[in-house]
Design a binder for this molecule. Structure first.
Ligand code: PLP
Length: 427
């Protein structure tokens, strides 16, 4: 039996496989288009009769190699890269939904996704019911309707830090004949591979740990190839009935397990764009080469910082699933046995203003609208992303007024703790 490479090795070696005499490093194919000798050959590409590159809005060799690496890391059959994480979530849904469809989603998800599902998709006729991810399976099942087409959740929710019971979500989705889509941005495939727990499709904001250096905004959609679209053909006509824009081709018949990713590329990328630039894919690939090393450091630093904050008299509460007393510790032991991520949230004793004062006292911990890169950074939603809301409205939105989101970087943990210490001393 062929030896299967570990995720650690795939980070370094996956994707680009140079042939004899080719560049060792993944080259940047900075070209919009690709040349062919005959009209017949080009026509076959347009009919999806042959695989190949013809226009970078659909596919590009640099981007394709990075997509292959990410697909291998997640244990999927194929992947599509997008120009942002938002685009990845949007495409993953719109590949199998249309006006009149319904979605069930965890309420503990990134604010941008919450708005996309609850507001923007609604305007396009796709309805969403949000459920408490911690609710029993029967309660989540009760949200399903005849027109439900997918279930959605985040492995580790941003910024609530809830850990998803992926097996529970997968069993509810499959009992209703729909796929489970999991956003695995915070955990990364180094710490959790949702497909192994029953997820059918995985999405990422590669902007976060995968890039890891805050260089490029990007996203990825990975298909496990496991969901049987033909067994639920009436629900997914886009995949199981003829696509007239490709001379009546049926994706599931022609591409089998690659039907979903092929449709996303050949149809959604063609019509909606949102492709990453080859240069951005190149930078993302460099980030991926050290993902396994960085995640280990992020997790051990975050654990040390969480324990320090948890014991500090001026800190009211800490949310990090690596802490023994955390609400999600047990789920983390099951799904994230080697660590979760570098992000944690905490509150200081005092008012919303005290949280702001603490943040203004940091020396190198910086205030940015970002998480999950090499540099430690903070955000106070009540002062920034959610500043228009009153304390009561914040609590309703699931964001405590004193919540500080701390994204622990890969610096020396003693220095991170020293910066926290001097800032807390000034409160
Ligand atoms: N999913 C999660 C969990 C995120 O945290 C984010 C952004 O913060 C997104 C998706 C959206 O990704 P992007 O900012 O790359 O569009």
């Amino acid at each position: 039996m062929e030896h299967k490479l570990s995720p650690q090795t795939l980070c370094v070696q996956g994707g680009w496989q140079p042939k004899n005499g080719e560049s060792r490093v993944l080259p940047i194919y900075q070209s919009t288009t690709f040349k062919y000798d005959t009209t017949e050959q080009m026509a076959r590409l347009f009919d999806l009769e042959e695989a190949g590159f013809f226009y970078t809005r659909l596919q590009n060799p640099t981007t394709e190699a990075v997509a292959a690496k990410i697909a291998a890391l997640e244990g999927g059959v194929g992947a599509v890269l997008t120009s942002s994480g938002q685009a990845a979530v949007f495409f993953a849904i719109c590949n199998i939904c249309e006006a009149g469809s319904h979605i069930v989603a965890s309420s503990a998800i990134y604010g941008g996704t919450f708005n996309l599902l609850g507001v923007t998709l609604k305007k396009h006729g796709i309805d969403c019911t949000f459920v408490d991810p911690d609710a029993p399976a029967e309660e989540i099942a009760a949200a399903f309707r005849d027109n439900t087409r997918l279930l959605f959740g985040e492995t580790i929710a941003n910024p609530g830090m809830n850990v998803l019971d992926i097996e529970k979500f997968a069993s509810v989705a499959h009992a209703h004949g729909v796929p489970l889509i999991v956003d695995n941005t915070f955990a990364t495939p180094i710490n959790c591979r949702p497909i192994e727990w029953g997820a059918d499709i995985v999405v990422h904001s590669t902007t976060k740990y995968m890039d890891g250096h805050a260089l490029v905004v990007g996203g990825a959609i990975i298909d496990s190839g496991n969901f049987d679209w033909d067994a639920h053909a009436d629900k997914y006509p886009g995949l199981t009935t003829p696509d007239e824009s490709y001379h009546g081709l049926v994706y599931t018949k022609k591409f089998g397990k690659l039907a979903y990713v092929t449709k996303a590329t050949a149809q959604l990328m063609r019509d909606l764009g949102s492709t990453p630039s080859p240069f951005n894919s190149f930078l993302l690939n460099i980030g991926l080469e050290t993902l396994h090393l960085r995640m280990r450091q992020h997790c051990s630093n975050a654990q040390a910082v969480a324990e320090y904050l948890n014991a500090h008299p001026k800190v009211a509460w800490v949310r990090y699933c690596g802490l023994k007393g955390d609400k999600y510790h047990q789920l983390a032991e099951k799904y994230l046995p080697n660590g979760s991520c570098g992000v944690l949230s905490f509150g200081v004793k005092g008012s919303r203003e005290d949280a702001g004062r603490l943040m203004d006292s940091f020396r190198f911990i910086s205030i940015v609208t970002h998480v999950a890169d090499a540099r430690t950074c903070v955000l106070h939603p009540a002062s920034h992303t959610h500043r228009q809301l009153s304390d009561a409205q914040l609590i309703e939105a699931g964001v405590a007024p004193d919540l500080i989101r701390l994204s622990v970087g890969i610096e020396d943990p003693a220095d991170i703790i020293a910066d926290l210490e001097q800032a807390l001393a000034r409160l």
